[in-house]
Design a protein around this ligand. Structure first.
Ligand code: PLP
Length: 485
């Protein structure tokens, strides 16, 4: 049995539909029985609380990819049978994605690398003069992409109603701007915050936008893995998401949406496959999606993303939400018992739907050091830093959280000189036992502190010494580099 098959068999054995919600994974994921070393020399089951950054592969996704490797061949290039099969699998994957997100019949599914790529593609086809409106609470992928367009940034308010009113005012100003010569506008909004897990009020936002004749693009990076999104029912014009956050880690993301801009816009990735005809007098570009998918397509990425969509679509109605609700509630309740932990919320007073992503700080402690300690002494993986949402984290996690911890060495994004936070995120492979491990560890931190020594290296806290190693002969060590987010 191959290593992958063995891991898959072990991981598959971990779900049990008869147990109470949250006590077993909802779907088996690869790596759920992974054992990781601690600095003390022990090894423990890894608790992955970092799904929002990159989720583990579903076992069914890994199996589908492995099955189809036999036929792996060039897509849209070749008459050999494996090539014919590969082309069919690639195009079928597009249809599966379209169906999964409730796309309209004439919508286009463009395969990209990830959400960032999808949003950059969309920004590149937004017509001249179109005014893009977005919140400052966005992930950088849905913030920096629009810098090339005529755009307005709306500052998020601490209550949802006021935030929606500010969005509406920006929409009204954009329509006035186009009064003499009508220009389209578009609201680009995150489906769920990657810092707090709060889901945006999409129905209300779409209604506001449509009342002003504007389109709506949704950054679905954190929404699509947690909630069923129906583009037709919600009247969303564009949706972007990443395969690697949807249990499909083979390098593919997707942009789904209206054909007109995607057909009229400049080709995003120019090269083979994106054209009808090239001669010395010019190039006749293909329509979308081929227009934006120059070069050899990522077949395995497309197969993986489609397999993940199928697995999530096959879950009993409401089960994903119920599973995550149990885990998230338990996590929030557990963290609430720790006096030095403060959870981050954009709209603390509003009863806003939240996906299984919880941002928090630990009073008086550097988030990077806490994350390092959780890994080194407890085998728990969480995210720390600013989560590529610098503006939002600056508002929600002021520097009081790290007072008293001196910054040693060069200033980096991971130093104590910028607001930072921690984030625990869960998904279909998570259980209440994962949640309990985190809460117990943080309680121990507040009661008895750290056991090991920690020192700064290149601006990052690292265990000192760090006896852990990895690799066939234990040859790999010292991976720490500056935090890039
Ligand atoms: C809300 C949100 N948008 C966009 C992105 C960018 O996703 P990717 O890095 O896959 O392009 C992320 C990644 O964390 C995210 O959380």
């Amino acid at each position: 049995m191959s290593t992958l098959s063995a891991a898959v068999v072990a991981d598959r054995a971990t779900t049990n539909a008869d147990r109470p919600t949250g006590s077993t994974p909802l779907l088996p994921v690869v790596g759920s029985s992974l054992s990781v070393p601690l600095v003390t020399g022990d090894a423990v089951r890894y608790v992955n609380l970092d799904y929002a950054a990159t989720a583990p592969a579903l076992v069914s996704v890994a199996e589908r990819v492995a099955q189809n490797l036999t036929y792996y061949s060039s897509v849209h290039r070749g008459a050999g049978w494996p090539s014919v099969v590969s082309t069919t699998l690639y195009e079928q994957s597009r249809e599966t994605v379209a169906e999964f997100v409730g796309a309209r019949p004439n919508d286009v599914v463009v395969f990209t690398r990830n959400t960032t790529d999808s949003l950059n593609l969309l920004a590149s086809v937004v017509p001249q003069g179109c005014h893009v409106i977005h919140l400052d609470a966005e992930h950088h992928g849905n913030l920096l992409s629009w810098e090339r367009c005529d755009h307005t940034v709306v500052a998020v308010r601490r209550d949802l109603k006021a935030t929606l009113a500010a969005l509406e005012a920006a929409l009204a100003a954009a329509s006035l701007r186009g009064a003499r010569e009508p220009v389209p506008a578009m609201v680009a909004v995150t489906g769920a915050s990657n810092v707090t897990g709060e889901a945006l009020a999409l129905a209300e936002i779409v209604a506001l936008a449509k009342a002003h004749g504007a389109r709506v693009a949704v950054d679905g990076a954190q929404l699509v893995p947690h909630r069923r999104v129906d583009m037709t029912a919600l009247d969303i014009d564009y949706l972007a998401f990443s395969g690697h956050k949807l249990y499909a880690p083979y390098g593919t993301g997707a942009l789904i949406g209206r054909r007109d801009w995607l057909d009229a816009g400049a080709p995003y990735l120019r090269g083979g496959g994106a054209v009808h005809e090239v001669d010395r007098s010019g190039t006749d570009w293909a329509e979308a999606p081929a227009r934006h998918e120059g070069g050899t397509p990522n077949l395995l990425g497309a197969i993986a993303i489609a397999a993940a969509c199928e697995a999530l679509a096959a879950l009993p109605e409401g089960s994903l939400q119920a599973h995550e609700h149990v885990l998230r509630s338990r996590l929030e309740a557990g963290l609430a018992t720790l006096p030095d932990v403060r959870m981050l919320r954009i709209w603390p007073e509003d009863d806003v739907d939240r996906v299984a992503v919880v941002g928090f700080t630990v009073q008086g402690r550097d988030p990077q050091r806490v994350a390092t300690w959780l890994s080194a002494e407890h085998g728990i993986g969480v995210r720390h830093g600013r989560f590529c949402a610098h503006q939002l984290v600056s508002v929600l996690a002021p520097l009081e959280g790290v007072a008293g911890i001196p910054s040693i060495g060069p200033t980096t994004t991971a130093s104590a000189n910028v607001p930072q936070a921690l984030r625990a995120s869960l998904g279909v492979g998570s259980t209440i036992f994962d949640v309990d491990r985190l809460v117990a560890a943080l309680r121990q931190l507040s009661v008895s502190g750290e056991f090991w020594n920690y020192a700064k290296k290149d601006g990052q806290w690292v265990p000192s010494p760090d006896p852990r190693s990895w690799g066939p002969a234990g040859e790999y060590r010292d991976f720490v580099g500056p935090c890039r987010t």
